[in-house]
Design a protein around this ligand. Structure first.
Ligand code: 13P
Length: 245
């Protein structure tokens, strides 16, 4: 049983069409009546194509909407295929995920991530800043060095961090069903928190209704960034319910 404030962030990645919005009503209904809804926050981060219709659908609910990435430029520009933070804000996003490992793998650098975070904060979006080590880095036992680097370069010259939430997502645990050992996860979250006093730190990577009992026993985690399981309303609701059981 936890009685602390917890985040449940759904990262839909590149999944979902307009008909996927039909599945939201179950979560809306559940969360409206959920006894712990004052101590928790649900944020959906769908693909950009769904931000506007989803925001409309969730307008009179206690659930918020975010985006999954943004361009670093604050003004319009000739950047084919890109969308900036102001544009995301204008269609209803209140949050944006930045630095997800799937984008880092596509070549997003710590420096670029830093620019994106600054532009998002400038547009009054809250930032879900993802960090995490790869399997190879874990094997080499350089997790802390990697996280340290991602944190210091990603947050370079950002003094006011109150609108930033950190999501620790080990790359090797995303979509694999593997999660870190509890003691190790507790220590890594503590390490991140010691470097960034007062910031919330979430865990992401294969969170599901089966492993949530183990994860919720790790006392310093402030919530979860959930991929696959968040597309299934029942699984998503189960995760939230079990967190408070
Ligand atoms: P999975 O929950 O599917 O492992 O994805 C985690 C993730 O990448 C969330 O951002």
């Amino acid at each position: 049983m936890t009685n602390k404030y917890m985040y449940f962030i759904a990262n839909w990645k590149m999944f979902g069409g307009l008909n996927s919005l039909n599945s939201l009503h179950k979560v809306v209904k559940f969360f409206k009546n959920f006894k712990n809804n004052k101590f928790s926050k649900i944020i959906y981060c769908p693909p950009n194509t769904l931000i506007r219709p989803m925001s409309k659908k969730l307008k009179f609910t206690n659930i918020e909407v975010g985006a999954q990435n943004c361009h670093e430029n604050l003004s319009y520009g000739a950047f084919t295929g890109s969308v900036n933070s102001k544009m995301l804000k204008s269609v209803g996003a209140k949050y944006v995920i930045i630095g997800h490992s799937e984008n880092r793998q596509e070549g997003e650098t710590n420096k670029l991530i830093n620019l994106k975070i600054k532009s998002a904060l400038n547009s009054n979006l809250k930032v879900i800043f993802c960090i995490g080590e790869t399997q190879k880095e874990k094997r080499k036992k350089i997790t802390k060095q990697i996280l340290n680097k991602q944190l210091s370069l990603g947050l370079h010259k950002i003094r006011n961090k109150k609108n930033i939430i950190i999501a620790y997502e080990p790359v090797w645990s995303i979509g694999t069903g593997l999660i870190p050992k509890s003691k190790q996860l507790f220590e890594t979250i503590s390490f991140i928190k010691n470097k960034n006093k007062s910031l919330k730190v979430l865990y992401g990577g294969s969170v599901n209704p089966k492993n949530i009992d183990q994860l919720k026993s790790i006392s310093n985690i402030d919530g979860y960034l959930i991929g696959g399981a968040s597309q299934d309303s029942k699984k998503f609701i189960d995760i939230i319910k079990k967190t408070y059981n």
